[in-house]
Write a protein that binds this ligand. Sequence first.
Ligand code: AMP
Length: 501
Amino acid sequence: MSDPNHLSATLFKNADPAAVFAHLEDGGKVTFGAFSSLADRIAVKLMAAGVAPGGRVATQVDKSIEALALYLGTVRAGGAILPLNPAYTDAEVSSFVSDAAPTVFVTSPQREAAHQQLAAQHGVAALFTLEGDGRGTLTDGLEPAAGFVPVGRRAADLAAILYTSGTTGRSKGAMLSHANLSSNAEALVKVWRFTAADRLIHALPIFHTHGLFVATNVALMAGASLSFFNRFDADAVVAAMGDATAMMGVPTFYSRLLNHPGLGAAAPGMRVFISGSAPLLEETHHAFKSVTGHAILERYGMTETGMITSNTYDGARVAGTVGEPLPDVTIRVVDEAGEEDVAPGEIGTVWVKGPNVFGGYWGMPEKTEQEFRGEWFITGDLGRVDENGVLSLVGRAKDLIISGGFNVYPKEVELLLDAVPGVRESAVIGVPHPDFGEGVVAVVVGDGARLAEADVMAAIAPHLARFKQPKRVIFAQELPRNAMGKVTKADLRRSHAGLFG
Ligand code: AMP
């Protein structure tokens, strides 16, 4: 007998074909059986188009249940899914397609003409379209797939290539195996206690690990259902809380929900709210607790590793902490020299090891080697672990500011700024400075109150050593963010590069 398809078999082990997997925005329902059959039919079409084991299927499409089935269809065809953010320009798409050499490219009808050219140029065997409403040449005339058996794939085989968002350099294609994805889903189902009785609000994009793998794979594996939204809309999400039990979101979802007058009445019936992909402001955590009674459960992960740590379900969910390593995952917090673990409470770089850690960057063996020490992957995140093994993050190593030879951790200054009355949020960056190498600059978003630079400085200065104090406070209407709500500090550094001359 041939091998099973490792990921598909593990994800569907609890699925009841007759049970509802997805509740759609238009009131439609998709059962596990219907979803699975759609994935099979897509798999057959992909294989007819030339997708062989290990072949890549690139997608740049709007979110839809069909786009989710395309992920599974690709996996069942033995291929690797390569989802791209619809916001990428044709020039960006061209560089990904040339790098990853996909067999099939699925795009939106609006971009078909441009992408036809690009596909021909890069030797893509077939180009299909898929609209946000599920129509397109991918789903047109799908043949029944009776008797189709998913292509056998083993635990170590490639299931996906996800390009990192590239906020600190060139995007790299993280190669994720069947076991990377299945082991992470297994751990999360367990620690977050998902069962078939759950209904998860899914309003995240599906070109990123959070919506594509964390939310989808956890629901599939638990046999739970989704309230599936093509985009985040606070009204729709609050309305969905009546029937749902759980939500996964990025911090901006939670701050937007807090502005919704219906949140306080709708949320208490829910079981759990989970946040990640970017830092959750302590203020958001506390405000959400006071309005809903729920302490948001924060977890930490990245494209290359899936989820790494999570607040425990029963334990304290302390604002500003991202919890403990998941089962089978180990972390270290290592000194600047990359040699020794720092003492509890001290800041170092987070290293991670476990079945969740990716195999390397596509086509970049040297880059891969630089970021691994043996089995340990160097995340590039700075953090500290307390005596109980609970991790807090203080920022990306690349955002660390070195001013006059001293390290300034932006998070420490941001926490103080955020506590100043009239400040809604802040980002602290280092920009070139003739004397200090880098000068500390605070970019502050006010909540409408009149704020002056001198007042902000006066409020935080007593709490900070001189070298950590911002040399300038700049007021902004909002902070630049990427699709997952992460503040793009590289953009801020670029905008303010000339500040000190
Ligand atoms: P991505 O690969 O786009 O998922 O980005 C991963 C990065 O997001 C991590 O390396 C962290 O810097 C950041 N991140 C993820 N989760 C959290 C969290 N809960 N708190 C703070 N930063 C986070």
